[in-house]
Write a protein that binds this ligand. Structure first.
Ligand code: AMP
Length: 398
């Protein structure tokens, strides 16, 4: 797969529309609590500034239910961009109304215009052609640098690409880096390749599991999804999260692993609690002895130790999904242990998914990972082997 990249097209002095992912978390005072997504977009923006482009930036932010809902305005993003880039950011009052189109038209080389939240316009999530056409009319070049939304067929990601030919659209540096990294990891990993999969449900990651099993040497399953597998093996798992309808799928995955010689690991002990509650009474039990009305909310220390051994000879580790309910301190130890183990490994370590990225930041292991993906859903779809809608139009036919 060859991606059209920004460095391979002529953008000098042109008007460039860059779809960014500025969907950053905010605290209760409306402060940006983590500006990584904004900082990750700077390489592409600076590259365009240096080439005398007039730059139009666009992003969604949250899920506004009505147009112009103030708390979803991109104004705080404009301020942060101003601080980081040390230059004026013109803030549009809306997305594609006449005054904004006029601002875009008059934009001078080196100037930056930030549009209001794309989702103020209902056409964005509907992949509306008319809306996309208006967005496209603002610029000569389209750049997608929003990996986190590239798995969605939205107007600023998918429909808009129809209005630019192959020499006038490209992936920005961030998008290209993420796509290339995942492609490489999944298609030609240095072996042994070990994947750790966790999170809440099997259903959310069924295709991921099916695809991974054909590529990895070992797979370690933790989190809520492990209980469907344990139940499929005939164990009593009490009130733990189980998707009964997916038990046949779980059996299929385990059979496939066996046939392919892939070593599949499931928890041997768990922290079980009486209720899904941070204050619930909890105890450590083997998976054979989960009390009837209790639920497993974290992997236990024996499982963490077993996973550590399984990871010890890995040359590539791909991790997606926490090992337990890490948001509650009582059930965060298993995920923390695995985060520390992965961080200490000499393997190429790739962390994908919002929760897992969040987790390794909290445990202080962020700097020791080789690569942390900014997009949760998008990285999962790449592992599933799909071509993302936002990327498809940027692939050069060979
Ligand atoms: P996902 O979005 O599928 O990656 O799942 C992440 C969520 O899974 C986190 O919010 C965790 O709290 C939750 N989770 C992890 N382990 C368990 C468990 N044993 N039971 C219930 N939820 C879990």
């Amino acid at each position: 797969m060859k991606l059209q990249e920004i460095k391979n097209i002529d953008i000098d002095g042109k008007k460039v529309f860059i779809r960014c992912d500025f969907n950053v978390p905010m605290d209760e005072y409306n402060n940006i609590s983590d500006d990584r997504r904004i900082r990750s977009a700077l390489n592409t923006i600076r590259y365009c500034i240096d080439r005398d482009c007039s730059i139009i930036l666009a992003s969604h932010f949250g899920r506004p239910t009505e147009a112009a809902e103030e708390k979803y305005s991109l104004k705080p993003i404009a301020k942060r961009l101003h601080t980081l880039l040390k230059q004026e950011i013109k803030m549009a009052k809306n997305v594609v109304q006449d005054d904004t189109l006029e601002l875009a038209k008059n934009l001078q080389p080196g100037e930056i215009l930030l549009l209001e939240n794309l989702r103020y316009n209902a056409g964005e999530t509907k992949n509306d052609e008319e809306f996309a056409k208006k967005l496209a009319s603002m610029a000569e070049i389209y750049v997608n640098d929003a990996f986190g939304v590239s798995h969605r067929a939205h107007a600023s990601v998918e429909a808009i690409t129809k209005y630019f030919d192959m020499n006038h659209k490209a992936a920005g540096f961030l998008l290209a880096k993420e796509i290339k990294f995942f492609h490489h990891i999944v298609e030609s990993p240095k072996r042994p390749f070990v994947s750790i999969v966790g999170g809440s449900k099997v259903s959310g990651k069924l295709e991921v599991l099916h695809n991974l099993i054909t590529k990895v040497d070992k797979i370690l399953i933790g989190g809520g999804m492990a209980f469907t597998f344990l139940k499929a093996l005939g164990l009593e798992v009490g009130k733990s999260l189980v998707e009964d309808d997916l038990i046949p799928e779980a059996i299929k995955i385990m059979d496939e692993a066996k046939q392919l010689g892939v070593k599949l690991y499931l928890p041997v002990d768990v922290v079980a609690a009486e209720a899904f509650d941070a204050e619930a009474i909890a105890k450590l039990v083997t998976v054979q002895e989960i009390p009837k009305n209790w639920m497993g909310l974290d992997i236990g220390p024996a499982t963490a130790q077993m996973f550590r051994l399984a990871l010890s000879d890995a040359n590539t580790i791909l991790w997606n999904g926490p090992m337990g309910v890490y948001e509650m301190e009582k059930f965060a130890k298993g995920s923390t242990r695995i985060a520390n183990t992965v961080a200490q490994s000499f393997a190429t370590t790739v962390v994908g998914g919002g929760d897992t990225a969040d987790l390794v930041r909290v445990t202080g292991d962020e700097d020791d990972m080789t690569f942390i993906s900014t997009g949760g859903g998008a990285s999962l779809e790449l592992i599933e082997g799909k071509i993302l809608p936002g990327v498809k139009a940027l692939v050069i036919e060979e």
